[in-house]
Ligand binder design. Structure first.
Ligand code: FAD
Ligand code: NAD
Length: 478
């Protein structure tokens, strides 16, 4: 007899594994089916985020930043190293150790919470049945559930002009596994992945060129921050061409020839390796036969309503496989919300305060609306900024690049957007998100006492500056 569950989750990425744990915590009999296998063929929970995304990229960003800082005697005047050794094999080994410990951690959390973990490829059938084929023991079996949560995530988009062979033309997953530092690295796409990958390998010594099709650089970020970031990345040595359309690539013995047009003029770029980072698309191919009738849009995203319900009763979808920002924390929030909804509780997700973070040096983090968005929407606002050059802590850390900008409504001072570029922006943004979640005013932040000397004082000063009351910079008149 086929096994029946209260909840079956398909996919154990940050959306799916969180949904499974929360469902089990709420007393529901829960199974989670996932198909990810590590390079040794063993199941590895955690999806893209843990195995090939957030975690390995941040491990390499940390190692490469440390390596770059050690080489630069200007980072900490008076401290210099006479010899620095880079052992990429050890760095990769250690990154894999971190990944292994975290994926193993999810296994333990599943066990502790009573989630049944199933390894295999799931396909959704009619009447909330699921067919699972296991690559490991070549078995196919069927399960059924009262509720199904689809969390199958996403994979890289490929483009005809640069077909990936995972040897010379690669996706981000392969670019996180280099065993040699490419002398010349090309990257197509100056989005989050392009910039993080570019930063890692540039710091390790590659000559990195990023080709971005759009004329504008990082258009999702506030314009002032994008401009500052572009200048800083170029100062660090990243070559970034915007308005560059790749038309052809040719792999050969020594590397890849990339042909692209820049302002209509044909250009050539010779690189050892080329990374394609032009976005990701949802994993829905082969997930469900057409006759089951699950609504999937042209881009492959599963159609859901505001409660993350698909068009089929009892079937939900969350994470990268549904429209919205492709972020781990967004998927996890949806995972909790759907589990609570299924258990009969109220669900809460505030999409307007989800933070976006780019883990380059300097880091960029923002939540809420940009100045450009407010202008376009005709919303009257006041702005307060504070540069890290005026922060005692940033100076003590020798990390003075960047600023904090707070945007608040003109009529009632409510914070609508916070934009940070600088050291630890990824951590500083949490205070802004909390403030916005509670609909705080700039004055609320300004009245909150911040520790001294901390980088968070820059947020405090920017909040004071919204109302012309900053202490450690000269306030704008009028
Ligand atoms: P996934 O993590 O993709 O997990 C889906 C899981 O389902 C996978 O294990 C997949 O193999 C499995 N699956 C798919 N189909 C089936 C099937 N039919 N049967 C069984 N299993 C199936 N986001 C951040 O917030 N912060 C970051 O710093 C960050 N860095 C990133 C760096 C890189 C290089 C990349 C590529 C992404 C990064 N992201 C980051 C994005 C983040 O990884 C994704 O948003 C997140 O993993 C999405 O979670 P998910 O659970 O929806 O899907
Ligand atoms: P992205 O959408 O961030 O950037 C893709 C870039 O490629 C865009 O700037 C786009 O204009 C450009 N592009 C598209 N087609 C092109 C072409 N043919 N030639 C040249 N440029 C082209 O996508 P990504 O960087 O691949 O990242 C995918 C997803 O993963 C994102 O949604 C992101 O949220 C997530 N991610 C998040 C983090 C983080 O939170 N720190 C890190 C990595 C990835």
């Amino acid at each position: 007899m086929k096994k029946h569950y209260d909840v079956i989750v398909i996919g154990a990425g940050p959306a799916g594994y969180v949904a499974a744990i929360r469902s089990a915590q709420l007393g529901m009999k829960t199974a989670c089916i996932d198909n990810w296998l590590d390079e040794t063929g063993k199941p590895a929970l955690g999806g893209t985020c843990l195995n090939a995304g957030c975690i390995p990229s941040k491990a390499l960003l940390e190692s490469s930043e440390y390596y770059a800082d050690c080489q630069d005697s200007a980072v900490h005047p008076g401290i210099s190293f006479t010899s620095i050794k880079l052992d990429l094999e050890k760095i990769q080994h250690d990154k894999n150790r971190i990944v292994g410990e975290l994926t193993g951690g999810i296994n333990s959390l599943f066990k502790a919470n009573g989630v049944i973990s199933i390894t295999g490829q799931a396909s959704l059938q009619a009447d909330k049945h699921i067919l699972v084929s296991s690559q490991q023991n070549e078995k196919t079996f069927e399960l059924s559930a009262t509720n199904i949560i689809i969390a199958t995530g996403s994979r890289p988009i490929d483009i005809a002009a640069a077909t990936m062979d995972q040897h010379r033309i690669l996706d981000s997953q392969s670019a996180l596994q280099f065993t040699e530092i490419p002398e010349k690295l090309g990257i197509i796409g100056a989005g989050v992945i392009g910039l993080e990958m570019g930063s890692i390998w540039q710091r390790f010594g590659s000559k990195v060129t990023i080709l971005e099709a759009q004329q504008s650089f990082l258009p999702a970020a506030d314009g002032e921050l994008s401009a500052l970031a572009l200048a800083e990345y170029r100062r660090q040595g990243l070559t970034i061409h915007t308005g560059a359309c790749v038309t052809k690539t040719e792999s050969h013995d020594k590397g890849v020839t990339v042909v692209y047009t820049d302002s209509g003029e044909p250009q050539r770029l010779e690189v050892d390796r080329l990374v394609v980072a032009v976005g990701r698309r949802p994993n829905t191919e082969g997930l469900v036969p057409a006759e089951v009738g699950l609504l999937i849009d042209e881009g492959g995203f599963i159609h859901v309503n505001e409660k993350l319900m698909t068009n089929l009763p009892g079937i939900y979808a969350i994470g990268d496989v549904v429209p919205g920002p492709m972020l781990a924390h967004k998927g996890s929030a949806e995972g909790v919300a759907v589990a609570e909804l299924i258990a009969g509780k109220a669900m809460h997700i505030n999409y307007s305060t989800i933070p976006s973070i780019i883990y380059t040096e300097p880091e960029i983090a923002w939540a809420g609306q940009t100045e450009e968005q407010l202008k376009q929407a005709g919303i009257k606002y006041r702005s307060g900024s504070f540069p890290f050059t005026a922060s005692g802590r940033a100076r003590a850390m020798r990390k003075t690049t960047g600023m904090v900008k707070i945007l608040a409504t003109e009529n009632n001072d409510e914070i609508l957007g916070v934009h940070i570029i600088g050291a630890h922006a990824s951590e500083l943004i949490a205070e802004a998100v909390l403030a916005m979640e509670y609909k705080a005013t700039a004055e609320d932040l300004a009245l909150t006492i911040h520790g001294h000397p901390t980088l968070s004082e820059a947020l405090h000063e920017a909040a004071l500056a919204v109302n012309g009351a900053a202490i450690h910079i000269v306030n704008r008149k009028g």
